[in-house]
Write a protein that binds this ligand. Structure first.
Ligand code: FCB
Length: 475
């Protein structure tokens, strides 16, 4: 007999949200004066995305945002995390803002507020204006200065009505997939450039946080979203433990070191000395990066399993977002990556909610007193409508139940987790995988752009409305 399931209740003010990003859903890439971002260029370069897919139309959220807000309201969601397309509000990444672009986001925010849905804005979810890449991109310091200017523009425009602000989404992906393995835009494969990019993204975060605070009401919160990896050693062998520490520095320490503690880990500087001399870290940068945070966003999908490289063992280069002969991990040829055992999602990512609990508890120790949000968590499955038109996705329901239970356990263990944003509201353009991978709680028919809430959306909506995880068969 299975154990009876106790309903899992969350604290009363817990925020139940969903997340998206601009390039993945908006479309309308040539409207309102928007100029191309690195993702427009990259996705239109043959061979870079599955099937040559691109975000020209995506799910046409730019024109259908009202329908999408009503969908969220109908489900009972309390919060929505979305990102701003930089080149829609400041074409080319320099100079004055374009009113049409800002007005689009103002209308979206007003619509959300009218439906009692709290907006959370991400300023940068990977879509750098192409002109800034042409001028050198994230490996160049000037890009961080441009970001601060852009942050101020958006803060001035929306700071009176948006309280939750996220400077950067997953700077690890921007730096190491964009400039290291090249599976993301702009597709460069230069390890030293990837570390320079990481530093300038950190600087952009610090300068951006300052710029936001200079123009926004003090009640607003500023943070960023990290895809902090849960890095586990394959065995307790000292060589495997050392490999795990190295990858932990390259995945996590490179960002939370300067952001939370005002310094890059010594072990990171030593491990990467064959690739870079870090001379682009100028006096005062670490102080700028180490701005006090109001919140920290954690994005979690799957843990990372590593060992010391062993020619006899079948290691693989894993980066989760696409295959490349170039490693995203600079100076880490002595490390092998392994598949964590267990059931996997359609991305090939192993399902392991214990990693989410571990991650939350780590940041609870790493940054005591800092309120945490899970700013992304979710799963891709090969969803298909039934003949009756409904989309049943029990695997996604089980995934969400497992991970939300892990969040609840972490709260019971003393962590201050304030909310959860399901990735993603809608099926959308999944970067190098194009439209092949469906992460949405809401199904999108790409021929008609019709939206159909999957059973996971209904399940999650009930959780949001009641503050309690509904029962799941077999959970
Ligand atoms: C995260 C990204 C998000 C989406 C999910 C699946 O790394 O932030 O845009 O691609 O993975």
């Amino acid at each position: 007999m299975p154990e009876p399931i106790t309903p899992v209740a969350f604290p009363p003010n817990f925020l139940w949200g969903a997340a998206t990003s601009a390039y993945q859903i908006e479309g309308a890439v040539r409207e309102g004066g928007r100029t191309p971002s690195i993702w427009d260029t990259f996705s239109h370069t043959p061979g870079k995305t599955a099937g040559g897919d691109h975000g020209d139309i995506a799910v046409d959220h730019y024109h259908r945002f009202h329908e999408d807000v009503e969908l969220m309201a109908g489900l009972g969601l309390g919060a929505y995390r979305f990102s701003i397309s930089w080149s829609r509000v400041q074409p080319t990444g320099r100079g004055p803002a374009v009113q049409v672009g800002l007005d689009f986001y103002r209308r979206l925010v007003d619509d959300l507020l009218a439906h009692d849905i709290k907006p959370a804005v991400t300023l940068y979810h990977w879509d750098l204006p192409q002109e800034l890449e042409d001028a050198g991109g994230w490996p160049e310091r000037d890009t961080a200065l441009r970001f601060a200017e852009y942050a101020q523009i958006v803060g001035e425009a929306l700071g009176d009505r948006v309280e939750q602000w996220i400077t950067l989404n997953e700077p690890w992906c921007s730096a190491f997939l964009g400039y290291g393995s090249g599976v993301h835009a702009p597709g460069r494969t230069d390890p030293e450039a990837s570390l320079r990019a990481a530093h300038h993204l950190n600087l952009a975060h610090g300068l951006g946080a300052k710029a936001l605070r200079s123009v926004m009401p003090a009640r607003n919160t500023v943070g960023l979203s990290l895809n902090s990896s849960v890095v586990r050693p394959l065995t307790q062998d000292p060589a495997d433990l050392a490999a795990a520490r190295k990858i932990d520095d390259l995945a996590n320490g490179v960002f939370h070191g300067p952001i939370l503690h005002g310094a890059y880990p010594q072990s990171l500087l030593a491990a990467t000395s064959s690739v870079t001399d870090w001379s682009y870290v100028l006096d005062g940068d670490l102080r700028t990066i180490n701005q006090p945070l109001d919140t920290l966003g954690l994005n979690y999908y799957t843990p990372t399993l590593v060992s010391a490289a062993d020619p006899d063992r079948q290691g693989a280069r894993a980066d989760g977002h696409g295959a490349s002969e170039h490693s995203p991990w600079p100076a880490a040829d002595d490390v092998d990556f392994h598949q964590t055992p267990g059931e996997r999602t359609e991305m090939g990512w192993t399902i392991d909610p214990t990693g989410l609990h571990e991650l939350i508890m780590r940041y609870n120790r790493e940054a005591p007193g800092l309120p945490l949000y899970i700013t992304e968590n979710g799963a891709a499955y090969d969803d298909k409508p039934d003949p009756d038109g409904r989309v049943h996705d029990p695997e996604r329901v089980a995934y969400l139940h497992g991970h939300l239970s892990a969040v609840r356990r972490a709260i019971a263990d003393g962590a201050d987790v304030r909310g959860y944003y399901l990735w993603s509201l809608l099926d959308n353009f999944e970067w190098a995988y194009g439209y092949e991978k469906r992460f949405g709680a809401v199904y999108v028919d790409y021929a008609t752009l019709e939206r159909t809430p999957k059973s996971s959306a209904l399940w999650y909506g009930e959780a949001a409305r009641t503050g309690t995880l509904p029962e799941v068969e077999g959970a």
